[in-house]
Write a protein that binds this ligand. Structure first.
Ligand code: ADP
Ligand code: MG
Length: 230
């Protein structure tokens, strides 16, 4: 992870948001479960990537996301298309992106469509005084509507992991009830622990934002991650 960050900062001395490939590589260093994310620099690569995901057994349709540097809110900018089931749908979506976003678009990423679950956010923010904080909250489209978050200074202790989950009003959605199994809490704890390690290892980590992390009884999976270095 340190090598990756040093290399990135050598090429981008002012830091900034990592591109999709570097983001995936850095998350992988901490076993943070990002869904399969294939970089596609052009339309043909996007079609092939979606086909490859189908061949690998991802029976659900594909998701295509346009990428350009410093993008903020992809869905609001019309840069996310879900539920693409065929080559043609992928190609048409890519063409629509090119028409809408023009030359600022550097390419796109292709992902398999994740199964639904509770959409959480998890991340790292820097506190001016205390340093890195690990954050967990309700994510997805509810992020702004219901400001439900827990935060702890890194490094997290073992006791912080369940305590952060329990602190959320959303905790009732996670812990299950009769007929409705709980989400995979150990996997969620590992995400928090991984973020904590990333924050303590890397002083150059300005911000990490995993949103959503989709929590389900059979595991947790992040489908969108942004990381900024300074
Ligand atoms: P942004 O947060 O920049 O708008 P996201 O990549 O988070 O873009 O996509 C917006 C929403 O689309 C997510 O909150 C999620 O609900 C859905 N989504 C994105 N990628 C996937 C995926 N691979 N599988 C299922 N749903 C997805
Ligand atoms: Mg998102």
């Amino acid at each position: 992870a340190r090598r990756l960050v040093d290399r990135y900062l050598a090429a981008h001395p002012d830091g900034g948001w990592l591109d999709p490939t570097a983001t995936a590589d850095l998350l992988d260093c901490y076993r943070l479960p990002l869904t399969t994310t294939v970089w596609a620099p052009d339309e043909h690569s996007a079609v092939l990537a979606a086909r490859g995901l189908r061949a690998l057994g991802h029976r659900n349709s594909a998701v295509l996301k346009a990428y350009w540097p410093d993008q903020v809110h992809k869905s609001a900018a019309g840069a996310v298309r879900t539920g693409l089931g065929t080559d043609r749908e992928v190609r048409d979506a890519y063409r629509e992106f090119t028409a809408a976003h023009g030359s600022r678009m550097a390419g796109a990423v292709v992902q398999p469509m994740a199964a639904p679950g509770v959409e959480l956010l998890a991340g790292v923010v820097q506190d001016e005084v205390f340093g890195p904080l690990v954050v967990l909250g309700l994510g997805g489209t509810a992020t702004e509507l219901l400001d439900d978050r827990a935060a702890r200074l890194a490094p997290l202790t073992q006791a912080d992991l369940p305590a952060m989950v329990a602190e959320l009003r959303t905790a009732t959605l996670l812990s299950g009830r009769p007929g409705n199994p709980p989400v995979d809490l150990p996997a969620l704890h590992r995400v928090l622990a991984g973020l904590s390690r990333m924050a303590t290892d890397l002083p150059q980590l300005a911000e990490a934002d995993l949103n959503p992390v989709i929590a389900r009884p059979d595991g947790v999976l992040c489908v969108d991650a942004r990381i900024r270095l300074e």
